[in-house]
Design a protein around this ligand. Sequence first.
Ligand SMILES: C[S@@+](CC[C@H](N)C(=O)[O-])C[C@H]1O[C@@H](n2cnc3c(N)ncnc32)[C@H](O)[C@@H]1O
Length: 386
Amino acid sequence: MARHRSPAPRGDDDTGPHGGVPTALAIVHPGLEDLLLDELVALGVDARPSEGGIAFAATPEALAQVHAWSWIAGEVRVRLGRARASSLDELATGVRALPWSRYVHPHQPVEVEISSHGSRLRRGPAVERKVALAIGDALRGPRIAGGRAPREPVRVHVRVVDDRATLSIDASGDRLHRRGWRTDAARAPLRENLAAAVLVAAGWKPGERLVDPMCGSGTFPIEAARRAAGLPPRTGWTHAFERWPGHDPKPLKKALSRRPAAVPTPILGADRDARALTASTANARRAGVDKGMTLLQAALAELDPPASTGLLVANPPYGKRVAPAADIERTWSAYGRVIAERWLGWRVAVVAPDPRLLGRIHPEMRVVLRFVHGGIPVVVGRLDSR
Ligand SMILES: C[S@@+](CC[C@H](N)C(=O)[O-])C[C@H]1O[C@@H](n2cnc3c(N)ncnc32)[C@H](O)[C@@H]1O
């Protein structure tokens, strides 16, 4: 991205609580922070860049809004506080002092994940057990009445740097890219939140025609169709914060009831592979948007462009996993020729494993996004309509 916003300086204590409200951190793949920040601000959340993600005050309303409507966030954690951690005992003392009863039910299982830099306390079962036991100790005090402990574990993250630990609790439950509809995956599917970010970086908005000629499991068309229909990113989902003791369901209900208006948007997904079509069709049905798009089996070279232009978005095989590497430059040059000859007037966005391959699509493709996908660093190129 052209812009770069620096994270808050280290001295700026994001750990919270601020005025009694702890700080939440929305986490996303490195490279997508600016897009996530813009998205959260547009959602009315008072968000700002912070180390490791985008920070905001973890009010029930903001947590509800982000979980209901963020397409790009990968997960959200609430920072509970800091503890000195020059020894295991010191860490346990600090952990016991944090307000666990707001987030964990007595007897609820706790999963502890440690990361450690420059500390004697290393990631491993000894530290995890000590932290889990300290949380159990903290929960022996007065309780918030009502309810039995959920069976789902609470995930606690401990980040130890030198002799200080920062403790956060997972608010999302599962990774937010899991939307609930993609159970049929074609080969090398793109994570749903990455696909959503690519659409934003490509300048796509509901109302603009969209074609993905290599749709695989249908991620781009389905993400676009749900947005165009005013549907939230996820379906059938219980977030971790909904299980917190004393959780009030009203803010989330209210956030979900404020749906954007549906915007009629022609969406077409195609793939030359019959299995990809089976997968994308089943996924679109599960996502409730199969009537909002056309899916068909065709190779790029055979696909007739619709009469009016829009965005052509594609995540072609990288060669590393899906096609033989030796052929890849030739293959991408062939895609470029088809696009130049048949898709005149279209804006084009392509996910590629390196900028050279983008040049095979068109020499004027400019890189608008970089991130790591399935362990492979990728770039997103954009070519505005010619
Ligand atoms: C990396 S996968 C796309 C994954 C997709 N974005 C997803 O999230 O599931 C690439 C897809 O391109 C398809 N493909 C490869 N060459 C093609 C061509 N010439 N025409 C149409 N589809 C093609 C493959 O069948 C495969 O499904």
